[in-house]
Structure formats: C-alpha cells, structure tokens
Design a protein around this ligand. Structure first.
Ligand code: PLP
Length: 410
C-alpha cells in the first residue's frame, strides 16, 4: 500500500475561492438579473504590451525555420533575458547581481512555493499575516508547520500586520530561521520603508536567518522612498532571496514568466555546522526539476525592457493605479478605513460596523452586487478586513464605487 504525505491532510483546503464561488452562485440563482462586478480576482485584464507581442511573433517565426529553431534552452533562462533583467531592474539601483544569480522560471508562484525545498524541515518559519497563502501552504506540505488548531499552525511564527501596527510586522521575539516578506503586500497593498527593511536584514544577519522577499508587485511602487529591491539595503545580498514576476508587471499571468535572484553569498548551514551557498542548491534543484521557460515567452519578457516596452508597461501600471485611486478615494470619502492602493493594486479596507470579513462579503454582494475577497482568506489577522483589486477595467471600477456609494447601507 502506497503511503501518503500526511502533511497534505493538514491543509484546510481551498475553502476561500470555493466558498466565494458557492455564495456568488447562490446569489445569482436567487437574483438572475443581478449584474455582478468582480473586484475579487488578482488577475490582470489588460492585454499584453505591443512590444512583447511583436517580439513573440518574431520568435514564433524563428521557431519555424531550421536555422533559428531552438529546442531545450538553458534551464536558468537565456542570456539575453538575464542580461536585460540585471541591466534594467538592478544596475540602475546600484545593485550588483551576476548572471548566474538569476533564475528565470514559469512563475513566482512556483518559485515561492518550491524554494522551501532547499531548506531543512526543522527550520522555524515566520510569515507575515495576512499574506499570499502559498508560503504557508507549501510549508505545510513539507511538514514544517506542525498541527492546525483554531486556524493556526502551531509551529509557524505569524507576524500580524494590521491597522494598529500600520501594517509593519514586528520582529519576532523568538529566533526564526526563514522569513517570508511580501512587499508591496498582497493583500494589504502596503509597503515597508528602507529603515523597516533594514531591521529585517539586520535581524537575519544576527540570527543566521534567510529572508524570502516576494516583490511580485514591485512595478506598482509609486513613492520615491520605497525600495524596489531588498538588495538596495546594505547586507541583504548575504541574507535574502528575491522573487519577481512579469505577471502583474506586464500582463504575463497567462503567459508565464518570472525570475528569482539567489545571490551566491546567501548561505545556510548543515546540522553539523558546514556552510553552503543556497545558489548552488537552487541551481541543482532548478536544473533537475525544470526545463526552462519557452524561448518565445522569454523574448516577450525581454521586450518589456525595450524603450517601447517600458513605455507600454508604464501605461499599464498607470491604468491600474488610476483604478486603485478611484477605489481608495471613493471608499475613503464614505468614511471607510482604507489602506494600500498607493504603491500596489490592492485596496484593503477595515470592514465597517465591526462586521467579520464574510458578513461584509455577503453585504457587498447583496446590497451592491460586488464580489471582493474576505480578509480571512489570507490569514488569521485578515479577519475584519476585506480586499478589493484595481485589476478590473475602468468602467467596472467606476460603476463599483458608484454602487458602493449609493447602495451600500453603512
Ligand atoms: N506572489 C504574490 C505575492 C502574488 O500575489 C502572486 C499572484 O497573485 C504571485 C506571487 C504569483 O505570481 P506568478 O503569476 O508569477 O506565478
């Protein structure tokens, strides 16, 4: 009899989106004429930048000619893309990254989920709360989290981020080994300043911890004093791994391309105290389990760094951020407590009248026919909060805010 990885049985299940779908379907069946606006999804709606399309068309043609056809590429990514990433995302910020420290992949979801494989099972993991659920779930699968009781995994160090602490996680009071930071944050849309990030880098250096820094929403940062990369903080190249994605930057959610930076100076120890570079281990894992992002897609990704591509991406980000402003200001004007939406395409609101997240979900659906995401779906500290996204089209965004103003009984 084959035995299961019983850690999988500890996962509470994909309750959130299944439950949202169930409640929306029930509402739809009872109100068939209701025109529902969805501001719950974290997916983009604008098409790919023209520069990427053009590059991909050209690459398709290359694949059709014997002289330019390409089979398996380098697992870590083609040099042309690695070079474009370093020259555009890091060099202008004074960050020195080598070609063999960048790993191109099919998505940050895979990378933030897979990275834990190179770490031992006995590490203590700290996760900001609320946050993108993949960090926690993949550590549950790996057996690093202990039992699940009352919505909490016993061995995980949750770092609550809420209105009371201005969404700035406090340093853990006990020693932790792996720290997940998501900046700008999904779901709260908030960021960390240079001095806050420095505290985490210093903590990691003092405690021999590794920071897993997910900056999938980096391109949405608008304010000048918010760092775009953790490597802008001195010493971070010794303690941090950074994840970036073309998904939200350039509409690649369905096209799939991302990258992870693992500096050679980031290390971890064996139980007997021997130090090893995580770059080597990640390279081993990546080349063993992954066979590279398609050439066509990598050409599309490279094109966002061309002058035309840069302008198109800027326009795309500006479009979503204008939506964010509409939602943020519209809701704040009603006296709702809103966060985020300045350096990220997410608006995080305190549910009014002390409602729990699911009660507010029902209220918004029933009174305004709008679907959002209950904060509890992102962790226990999400209770009493709610996420709306700026990824919809302008018409729906404006209509949604108007409905909230006119129909929601506050
Ligand atoms: N990281 C965060 C914080 C996200 O919110 C998402 C997607 O919603 C991802 C990673 C996944 O990105 P990708 O599409 O590159 O897999």
């Amino acid at each position: 009899m084959a035995l299961l990885n019983e850690n999988y049985l500890k996962l509470p299940g994909s309750y959130l989106f299944a439950e949202i779908a169930r409640r929306v379907a029930k509402f739809k069946s009872e109100n068939p004429t209701a025109d529902i606006i969805r501001l719950g999804i974290g997916d983009v709606t604008l098409p790919l930048p023209a520069a990427s399309l053009e590059a991909m068309h050209k690459a398709v043609d290359e694949m059709g000619a014997p002289e330019t056809f390409r089979g398996y590429g380098p697992e870590q990514g083609y040099d042309f893309l690695l070079k474009a990433i370093i020259e555009n995302d890091y060099a202008p910020r004074g960050v020195k990254i080598e070609m063999d420290e960048v790993f191109v992949s099919d998505g940050s979801k895979s990378d933030v989920g897979n990275i834990q494989e190179v770490f031992g099972v006995d590490n203590v993991v700290a996760i900001t709360d609320p946050v993108y659920p993949v960090y926690l779930d993949t550590n549950v699968m790996a057996g690093r989290t202990g039992e699940y009781n009352n919505g909490i995994f016993e061995k995980v160090v949750y770092l609550p981020c809420n209105a009371e602490n201005n969404f700035i996680p406090a340093l853990p009071t006990q020693k932790v080994d792996i720290i997940y930071l998501c900046v700008p944050n999904n779901p709260t849309g908030t960021t960390l300043s240079r001095s806050e990030l420095k505290k985490w880098v210093d903590y990691a250096k003092t405690n021999g911890a590794v920071i897993l820094f997910d900056s999938a929403y980096e391109s949405y940062i608008q304010e000048n004093d918010v760092p775009h990369s953790i490597y802008e903080i001195e010493g971070a190249n010794e303690v941090a791994i950074e994840f970036r994605s073309f998904s939200k930057t350039a509409g690649f959610t369905g096209t799939r391309c991302a990258y992870t930076v693992v500096p050679k100076s980031v290390t971890a120890k064996t139980a007997s105290g021997e130090t090893h570079s995580l770059n080597k281990l990640w390279n081993r894992r990546h080349t063993t389990k992954f066979n590279g992002v398609p050439y066509i897609i990598q050409r599309g990704a490279e094109a966002i760094y061309s002058p035309a591509g840069k302008a198109q991406v800027k326009e795309m980000v500006a479009y979503y951020m204008a939506n964010a402003k509409i939602i943020r200001e519209g809701l704040a004007g009603l006296g709702l407590q809103v966060f985020g939406g300045v350096n990220a395409p997410y608006i995080w609101l305190k549910t009014p009248g002390g409602l729990d997240s699911w009660s507010f979900f029902d209220k918004l659906l029933i009174e305004a026919n709008i679907v959002g995401t209950p904060g509890t779906g992102f962790g226990p500290a999400g209770e009493g909060y709610f996420r709306l996204t700026a990824f919809g089209n302008r018409e729906n965004t404006l209509a949604a805010v108007e409905r909230i103003k006119t129909r929601l009984k506050l």
